[in-house]
Write a protein that binds this ligand. Structure first.
Ligand SMILES: Cc1cc2nc3c(=O)[nH]c(=O)nc-3n(C[C@H](O)[C@H](O)[C@H](O)COP(=O)(O)OP(=O)(O)OC[C@H]3O[C@@H](n4cnc5c(N)ncnc54)[C@H](O)[C@@H]3O)c2cc1C
Length: 295
């Protein structure tokens, strides 16, 4: 099937893109096109105008400053996968990137586009949640930041206004004793997750968990935080018994649906296992815990 006819604009600045969003009624943003192009071709989206943001060079970055790791809206999955700073300091991002789709999609698809798409099976939403990240949006009234916690509303629906462009994703730079990890179960290479769990642990100088973040993939109507498990972890010393209970709590709080890939009970058990594994790796990477906790 071919896409219906549409007009195409290629703005070169964020301001130009936002003004197009404001002035045109029936329009869609195109970034890497890995979700948008199939939607156009199958006529699931039939916009009059496509605003292709790929000429906005100012959005093509992945950088770290004192406070934040900043991922611009045109950074591709592959940029994250191959960035030295990611490999050195951001375990969950390094784990997740090569597990997203396949190399072709990772070369073209953007991390921001995947987050804007808000598919509950997407991996990056969970990573962003575990890191207590933020989404930066530009609209007619300027810039605003949205905590990842407040971004995802429903499958394919977010708190981004229709006249806003998502310009940046950001997460705090790691603390002295911080580690993170992502574990994902999928049937084969290239598939979306059946279940996934991102974990981030910040330890104090004494080795206790000061802050815990857990984001779950594909087991609710959006990417969600496993807040009961997080609460259970904070103030405690990392260890297999603690992580076992956290895995159980994450599974209890998840809400998966049965489908052709597995029943809900199986996916809940996977949340438990994947969360324990992610916590074990995160603790090890935080540097004060040497032994990997396995299940
Ligand atoms: C076969 C297949 C397998 C996949 N597997 C995985 C997987 O395992 N894990 C995973 O996480 N994802 C997976 N994906 C999804 C993939 O990550 C996304 O398709 C892609 O990265 C979306 O980014 P994009 O840049 O291609 O966005 P586009 O396709 O261009 O856009 C996607 C949506 O986001 C909107 N959008 C894009 N950028 C912005 C912006 N800056 N501001 C506001 N709105 C914007 C668009 O209007 C559109 O609605 C898979 C996709 C396919 C086709």
């Amino acid at each position: 099937m071919k896409a219906a006819q549409f007009e195409q604009h290629e703005p070169e600045t964020v301001e130009e893109a936002v003004s197009l969003l404001e002035s045109l009624d029936d329009r869609a943003i195109l970034a890497g096109g890995q979700s948008m192009v199939p939607m156009l071709r199958f006529r699931l989206a039939v916009p009059e105008t496509v605003i292709d943001i790929n000429q906005i060079d100012a959005l093509d970055y992945l950088e770290e400053d004192n406070d934040w790791l900043r991922i611009g809206a045109l950074a591709r999955h592959a940029d994250v996968e191959h960035a030295d700073v990611i490999q050195e300091k951001y375990g969950s991002f390094a784990d997740a990137a090569p597990l997203v789709a396949d190399p072709q999609i990772r070369n073209r698809g953007t991390v921001a586009g995947a987050v804007a798409q808000a598919d509950p099976k997407g991996d990056w939403g969970s990573v962003l949640l575990a890191h207590e990240g933020e989404v930066v949006a530009h609209g007619p009234d300027g810039e605003r930041t949205i905590p990842a916690d407040e971004f995802f509303l429903l499958p394919y629906d977010t708190t981004l206004d229709e006249n806003e462009l998502l310009t940046e994703l950001r997460v705090p730079t790691p603390a002295a004793h911080e580690g993170s990890a992502y574990h994902k179960l999928k049937r084969k290479v290239g598939d979306y997750a059946m279940a996934g769990s991102a974990a981030r642990l910040v330890l104090d100088d004494d080795g206790r968990i000061e802050r815990a973040g857990i984001g779950l993939t594909a087991v609710d109507i959006t990417n969600v935080r496993a807040t009961d498990a997080e609460d259970h972890l904070e103030g405690e010393r990392p260890g297999s018994d603690l992580f076992k209970r956290a895995g159980e709590l994450a599974a209890e709080q998840s809400n998966p649906e049965s489908d052709e890939h597995g029943d809900a009970g199986y996916k809940e058990r996977m949340v438990n296992v994947l969360t324990q594994r992610a916590l074990g790796d995160a603790a090890e990477r935080a540097g004060l815990v040497k032994r990997r906790v396995t299940q």
